[in-house]
Design a protein around this ligand. Sequence first.
Ligand SMILES: *Cc1c(COP(=O)(O)O)cnc(C)c1O
Length: 226
Amino acid sequence: MSIAKRYRQLRKEIPEHVTIVLAAKMRTPEEIKEAIETGATDIGENYVQETERIYNALDEETRSKVKWHMIGNLQKNKINKAIPLFDVIETVDSVEKALSINNRLEKFSKIMPVYVEINIGSEISKSGIPPDYETVEDLAKQICKMKNLKLEGIMTMGPRFGDPEKSRLYFRKTKEIFDILITKNFKNVCLKYLSMGMSNSYKVAIEEGSNMVRLGTIIFGERCQK
Ligand SMILES: *Cc1c(COP(=O)(O)O)cnc(C)c1O
């Protein structure tokens, strides 16, 4: 089945209020272009250099049709390059990182929507802050003070493989955190997006309240290792 067909099928299957971000790491510009021409609205990328290559390979009209999400770990020395490329950074997991992004944004006079990344399951190998409300609120309050950031969401990763049912309780917990934070009226916080669920887990994530899923293999097929 083609990318276009799979995308259309999933767009029909997934409720309208759920944004589909196409996780496009290691995909070619042609594959990404096909997805955009089929009506994809949001593209997620993990690496700044790769995004730059894709960006340059696509024409202005094509690339401006979609929102570009940074969903990978953003290294400090890549922030300057990332700012002009991305419309949202989903992976803010410390005050230091938020500050570095904010400082760079000031120079670009740009305001960037960001999401706080929670590490569900507290897996050591993954980035993200621990899944407890106080920690998330602390970071949110710090972000509020940064003029060039706008906190719009919470993102969580979870295991990519295995039984998605195992993630259900973590997704539920993340939704609980989201629901509390959304009731607080912190300045510059305009929570809208709960970004959770991938190819193996999106159904469970949506059942648990996700309104943004990040899908790679289910739309593009298996990634080849380069
Ligand atoms: C690769 C990736 C995804 C998508 O994973 P699939 O299993 O291919 O759907 C989602 N989120 C992040 C952060 C990723 O790196």
